[in-house]
Design a protein around this ligand. Structure first.
Ligand SMILES: Cc1cc2nc3c(=O)[nH]c(=O)nc-3n(C[C@H](O)[C@H](O)[C@H](O)COP(=O)(O)O)c2cc1C
Length: 175
């Protein structure tokens, strides 16, 4: 069983991205134990002056949870053709540290469109030395149409793509 830290780039209570994470946790419950990071909204704005060995508790906890995980699942929408601010802020707190170095990461951009954000986040994750490849990154455009009214993933090609994605992710963790 692998311990996965999942981050939704949307703070909405009924977020499509959060729902996709919940679907993944259920679909692969025999292989992964998913903890949803719930601190995104309470992280302070990134300020290099506040980076230190002993950062504020929220930042220390965010970093600790990344380090303690076997892998990180990021599932995010696109806002105004870019990475949602709250998610970008959280990642900025890790640039000066090695929290993401060699950490297996799976990236899902689930949005109306999402292409620009998917590319931008892939570059950010490469820059912070996360272990990510084309095989562990998936763009789901038209994301809301892939879920039914009960929040279940019902689109067969999307489910198949997610299965391949998580298989690659698990291989990256074991490599
Ligand atoms: C402020 C705002 C800006 C948005 N900009 C984009 C965008 O540039 N590209 C896109 O694909 N979707 C955009 N959307 C639509 C989101 O993709 C859509 O609302 C998505 O369902 C949000 O994800 P969530 O359901 O996980 O909250 C935007 C939504 C909001 C609220």
């Amino acid at each position: 069983m692998k311990n996965i830290l999942a981050i939704s780039g949307s703070l909405r209570a009924r977020s499509t991205n959060l729902t996709i994470i919940e679907n993944i946790a259920e679909l692969f419950s025999d292989q992964i134990n998913v903890t949803i990071y719930d601190g995104l909204a309470s992280l302070p704005h990134f300020n290099p002056d506040l980076e230190s060995e002993t950062p504020v508790a929220e930042v220390a906890d965010w970093r600790r949870q990344i380090r303690a995980s076997d892998g990180v699942l990021i599932c995010t929408p696109e806002y105004v053709f870019s990475i949602p601010g709250a998610l970008k802020n959280a990642l900025e707190w890790t640039v000066g540290t090695s929290d993401f170095a060699a950490k297996p990461v799976v990236l899902i951009t689930a949005s109306s469109l999402g292409e620009k954000t998917h590319e931008a986040l892939f570059l950010v994750l490469k820059t912070i030395e996360a272990k990510i490849s084309e095989k562990t990154a998936l763009l789901i455009s038209g994301a809301r149409t892939k879920l039914n009214s009960e929040g279940k993933l019902t689109d067969a090609p999307t489910i198949e793509a997610i299965k391949l994605l998580i298989e690659s992710f698990l291989r990256a963790i074991d490599d």
